[in-house]
Design a protein around this ligand. Structure first.
Ligand code: HSE
Length: 429
């Protein structure tokens, strides 16, 4: 451990950047390795945008690459966001200059993590990204370091605070999707482009990173199966609840002898399950290992304070020299995992069909399911005001996804079925 003064350059002054500067001003004694810590440069898209703190005394850089390579910067903190563009250019520039990089950028790590790890390790420069996954919950460190002595089989959880906030509020208040999304943006949970959140892409970035760390492979974001919450209907949230479930956006990564399956789907969790109980912007995660059994962690996955705390923890690791390979193993030994065909996966499902309220409809639906070999677990028909037709809702026993999809397609073609069937998976947790 070396006691020296550390000069930090911060690129990106949005929610997390603002949180970090606030943290450093509130904790002037933050110096885990001794010495002093100071911010010696900042960069952002706009210099004049109103901010919760004064940046007029901090050296300003129009170009984050210039900040990353400035001789006055010892640690480069990238909080710009985005998988490519200025964020990637600045991170590469810092690593090429042999400078430690701390980033909260999940898109960058999920999509370019392997090549950046190779660069970082070739240059002997740490590349740390605790804040990229689960905000204030130390999920990256836990999986990469604390659990390296186990063989992790599966990871599943809620990794997007915005979606969790939206689903929680919709269920609790009956408010519309758009109304609650606007509130999540005001609270600083959402990405600059909220499509990343509600489309499931942000959660897919995070689970791709965790899968790489857990299974000792390079991130393979392109192999993730992704479905967001933008098509989740308030009606399904209510009907799922009537059946004893809560709708959550669940991200999962499972390892089998065939390879790895990484998926993000709106899924049902039983009301008394810890995932169903993690409300608001909370994140929650189950990790299952061969020796440890199951671990469950929960905490704030978004927002300025928690995410800045994770960035500060990485800065502390750089200062103290507590740095490991970027992923679980040296970059030269990482290869992308083999993706598993999701249609072969087996699980339970929730189905809703809007049908004409006429004789024989339930029989036609259940006959089609029976012919396909799909076994019904529970069943509900409930008139709903202001809808054309009536919803038939059911849950199935475990069935191969390809079989279920084929049956749903056949039911969609029945003349008594009024709109596209809705399918939500029941989380395997
Ligand atoms: N937009 C993200 C979320 C922020 O809602 O979880 C943290 O990555």
């Amino acid at each position: 451990m070396t006691s020296k003064d550390w000069r930090i350059g911060v690129a990106g002054l949005g929610t997390v950047g603002a949180g970090l500067l606030t943290f450093l001003s509130e904790r002037p004694g933050f110096a885990p390795a001794g010495g002093r810590v100071s911010v010696t440069g900042v960069s952002a898209r706009s210099r004049s945008r109103p901010r919760p703190f004064d940046i007029s005394n901090l050296p300003w850089f129009d170009d984050p690459v210039a900040l990353a390579t400035s001789p006055d910067v010892d640690i480069f903190v990238e909080l710009v966001g985005g998988s490519d563009g200025p964020a990637k250019a600045a991170v590469e520039a810092a690593l090429n200059a042999g400078k430690p990089v701390v980033t909260a950028n999940k898109a960058l790590i999920a999509e370019h993590g392997a090549e950046l790890a190779a660069l970082a390790e070739a240059k002997g420069a740490p590349l740390l990204f605790e804040a990229a996954v689960m905000g204030g919950v130390p999920a990256v460190k836990m999986v990469r370091e604390a659990l390296v002595g186990d063989d992790i089989r599966s990871i599943a959880g809620i990794l997007n605070g915005t979606c969790n906030f939206i689903l929680t509020e919709m269920e609790a208040t009956g408010r519309s999707f758009g109304d609650v999304l606007a509130e999540a943006q005001r609270l600083g949970y959402a990405e600059a482009d909220p499509t990343m959140d509600v489309g499931g892409f942000d959660a897919a970035h995070k689970i791709s990173i965790l899968a790489a760390l857990a299974f000792g492979c390079a991130p393979n974001y392109a192999a993730a199966e992704i479905e967001g919450i933008d098509q989740v209907d308030l009606l399904d949230i209510k009907l799922a609840r009537d059946l004893g479930y809560r709708v959550k956006l669940v991200a999962s990564a499972d390892r089998s002898p065939d390879g790895v399956l990484v998926r993000v789907h709106p899924s049902l969790a039983p009301l008394n399950h810890p995932l169903a109980q993690a409300g608001g912007a909370l994140n929650a995660l189950f990790i299952e290992g061969a020796r440890i059994g199951r671990i469950f962690v929960q905490g704030p996955g978004a927002g300025a304070g928690p995410t800045a705390a994770a960035v500060a923890a990485d800065i502390a690791d750089v200062m103290t020299g507590a740095v490991r390979p970027v992923f679980q193993a040296p970059a030269s030994s990482l290869s992308p995992f083999t993706p598993v065909d999701p249609s072969k996966s087996v699980g339970r499902a929730y189905l809703r069909f809007m049908v004409k309220d006429e004789p024989g409809v339930i029989a036609a639906v259940s006959e089609t399911l029976a012919e396909a070999g799909v076994s019904i677990e529970s069943f509900l028909q409930k008139p709903v005001e202001n809808t054309e037709g009536v919803p038939i809702v059911l849950t199935t026993h475990a069935v191969a996804e390809s079989v279920l999809m084929a049956a749903v397609e056949r039911i969609a073609g029945l003349s008594s079925v009024l709109e596209r069937p809705r399918l939500l998976r029941i989380a395997r947790i």
